[in-house]
Write a new protein. Structure first.
Lengths: 274, 83
């Protein structure tokens, strides 16, 4: 497949890069990334990957756009309130780049559907906001051998790590098990500064781009943390993979996917009983 | 070009585009070639002739010759060097 003049112009700033070039751009155009969650993290990740020309992008989200989302979920606009997030996200992505295919999945990830969702994608971005989903994504990706980017944001802090199964520690190597229900506040309860999703979600998009093009070093074996108030990034080296990990060790104790219970914290201004 | 005894494998005309698509088109043409093959690039005076040879050199390719056609265009002869 040769690039048209229009594509050469669209991707010219990539093609000029020695590390990317025509070959790297073609890899991006043939790349397939699944983004789970079209929220604070998923919004900027989806927009940058669409703009980069990642040829197939899947978006999973069960929610509709709410006014309270718009302070950080920049893929949605005021006119999108009430629309399915996956539809709103798809419209923005195709407006940025009509070249790409956006697949939408209007559902929550569960132990029942996650294997089907991830199987056709090269790289997964965890843009979810809760521990049950994060552990489920980790376990499913480890079992299926799919690389993914984990991230979390709250208040003025963010963190991320990249997991390439077999090549470094997984999320469960580091965090073991979900915290007890309600022990940790969600960003609904605790708040989050809008640009935090931009910083961390963009780093996730960067990891996806690096994975697809094979350029540079991935954030495997490290946890990167960002504190906006003190303006500090820390790249923390993690212990090696596997030893005693319940899912990625050579003798795992977890061999089936688990649906952990969601924290019962959802207060919503629209709820009649709230 | 009578003084030039270099065999040209491929030619590309980038006089119809502006920076940075000039370099992009030159780069695309070079990527199609094998290591050691020679590309002739027809380019305009000014920004293209200032930037394209330097950018190709930065990527490790070998600039063999720059011929002034004295009509506001140049022919740049480059040998592809794979990393």
């Amino acid at each position: 497949m040769a690039f048209t003049d229009e594509q050469l112009e669209r991707y010219s700033r990539h093609i000029i890069l020695k590390e990317i070039g025509v070959k790297g751009q073609k890899k991006l155009n043939n790349g397939k990334v699944l983004i789970i969650g079209a929220g604070g993290l998923g919004a900027p990740a989806a927009m940058y990957l669409a703009a980069a020309g990642v040829g197939t992008i899947g978006i999973v989200d069960a929610d509709a756009v709410d006014l309270s989302n718009l302070q950080r979920q920049i893929i949605h606009t005021t006119n999108d309130i009430g629309k399915l997030k996956v539809e709103s996200a798809k419209e923005t992505m195709n407006a940025i780049n009509p070249d790409i295919t956006v697949n939408t999945y209007h559902e929550f990830v569960t132990s029942e559907n996650i294997n089907d969702l991830i199987k056709d994608y090269d790289f997964i971005i965890d843009g979810t906001d809760n521990f049950p989903a994060k552990f489920l994504i980790n376990d499913a990706c480890v079992m299926a051998g799919k690389p993914f980017s984990h991230a979390g944001i709250i208040r003025f802090k963010g963190q991320l790590m990249t997991v390439v199964p077999g090549e470094g520690p997984c999320y469960r190597c580091v965090f073991k098990n979900p915290p007890p229900k309600d022990a940790v506040p969600t960003c609904k309860q605790a708040g989050v500064i809008g640009a935090m999703g931009g910083v961390i979600g963009s780093l996730q998009a960067m990891e996806a781009v690096k994975y697809i093009t094979g350029v540079g070093e991935l954030l495997v074996g490290y946890l990167l943390t960002y504190d906006a108030l003190s303006m500090e990034f820390h790249k923390i080296k993690l212990p090696p993979r596997g030893k005693g990990c319940a899912v990625c060790s050579d003798t795992p104790s977890i061999t089936e996917l688990i649906d952990y219970e969601q924290a019962a914290c959802e207060w919503h201004p629209g709820d009649k009983n709230a | 070009m009578s003084d030039l005894n270099i065999e040209i494998d491929e030619e590309v005309d980038i006089t119809n585009v502006v920076c940075p698509v000039t370099f992009v088109k030159a780069k695309v043409a070079l990527e199609e070639l094998d290591d050691g093959q020679v590309l002739k690039i027809h380019l305009n005076d000014g920004e293209p002739v200032q930037n394209v040879p330097r950018s190709l050199k930065d990527e490790g390719h070998q600039i063999l010759k720059l011929i002034d056609n004295e009509d506001g265009t140049y022919d740049l002869i480059v040998r592809k060097v794979e990393e």
